[in-house]
Design a protein around this ligand. Structure first.
Ligand SMILES: C[S@@+](CC[C@H](N)C(=O)[O-])C[C@H]1O[C@@H](n2cnc3c(N)ncnc32)[C@H](O)[C@@H]1O
Length: 312
């Protein structure tokens, strides 16, 4: 298997993660293991890297390319939302750094054969974890029109959400929508019926992104993870999150802000009764973004935002 991915903002991520020799780090989204390799180079010979991915292909690839660091790596085919239980299994109470590089790898998009790309004719699957239950085909063929439109609108900010949902429901009355090509053709036809002419991006971009987010319950997993993250970081340990979608970035920002707050009593309370403590400090007031040169070489990086927080 040839696994392709170009790591986003690699130097910044490694700098901000503050990788120190002998410490413990969790790369929760291995992908092509590009960031992982860089972390390992900084923490050997005594450090430990816990690598997680919900895609078996990523784990298979990591086993191969991280072979030189075998003694310093533990790999898990799992959801990063389960990092807490993975640490308990390893009898580790907390780590010194956590990296989340959200979204899809280039391999998943181009070579997984799971229908992530509107440019290919593949079964409409879109599961990052092929052991999970729901596929994109299930959602497209069984969800009612209103809920389909809501998925496209909320996760994809698709302005033609209702029209596209209507067209899907009318198509599937005659034959099920089974492939990425069929879905992409439906979206293109919904746009052309409306007379929407020139597009900056492919008309199916937003629908495919929205479906992928729904299939993998991406926002729900991120929300759960962020709520408990400060419990599994050592003091001075850092959390780095690279996100590619405004809703993801909003979740990360909101949770860091909540962890930063000292007191959450109503403003008219004479004294604090909540006993809430400030648990982290934000290292990046504004999210960091890739330089123009990086975007030219790797267009997939164009929407990346990096936020960093440090445990107190
Ligand atoms: C953008 S890629 C990571 C690329 C990697 N940092 C690199 O440099 O090669 C994202 C990876 O995260 C994985 N992933 C996404 N959501 C996940 C989740 N909730 N749990 C575990 N893995 C997840 C995907 O399967 C994919 O392999």
């Amino acid at each position: 298997m040839h696994y392709r991915h170009v790591s986003v903002m690699p130097e910044k991520v490694i700098d901000y993660l503050n990788c120190r020799p002998g410490k413990i780090y969790a790369d929760c989204t291995l992908g092509g293991s590009g960031h992982t390799r860089r972390i390992l180079e900084k923490i050997v010979p005594k450090g430990l890297l816990i690598g997680i991915d919900q895609d078996k292909d990523a784990i298979k690839n990591a086993k191969k390319i991280l072979k030189p660091f075998e003694a310093n790596v533990r790999l898990f085919h799992d959801n990063y939302a389960n990092l807490g239980s993975i640490l308990s299994e390893l009898e580790i109470s907390a780590v010194d750094g956590i990296l989340l590089d959200l979204g899809l790898s280039l391999h998943q998009l181009e070579n997984s054969g799971r229908g992530f790309s509107f440019n290919k004719n593949e079964p409409l699957d879109m599961r990052m974890d092929i052991d999970s239950d729901t596929t994109a085909k299930d959602i497209v063929n069984t969800t009612d029109e209103k809920s389909l439109a809501r998925i496209f609108k909320t996760y994809g900010e698709e302005r033609m959400a209702r029209r596209i949902a209507r067209q899907i429901v009318s198509t599937r009355k005659h034959k099920p929508v089974l492939t990425s090509r069929q879905l992409s053709d439906i979206v293109i036809s919904a746009y052309s019926k409306k007379g929407a002419g020139h597009h900056r991006i492919h008309p199916a971009t937003r629908v495919f992104m929205a479906l992928r987010i729904a299939v993998n319950r991406e926002l729900e997993r991120l929300e759960n993870f962020m709520a408990g993250v400060s419990d599994i970081l050592n003091p001075e340990g850092r959390l780095c999150v690279l996100s590619f979608h405004s809703l993801e970035d909003r979740i990360v920002k909101k949770n860091i802000k909540a962890l930063e707050k000292e007191c959450i009593c109503p403003p008219d309370f004479p004294k604090c009764v909540c006993n809430k403590q400030k648990l982290v400090k934000s290292v990046t007031r504004k999210p960091l973004t890739p330089e123009k040169e990086e975007i030219l070489i790797n267009p997939m990086s164009r929407s990346a935002k990096l936020r960093v927080a440090e445990k107190l």
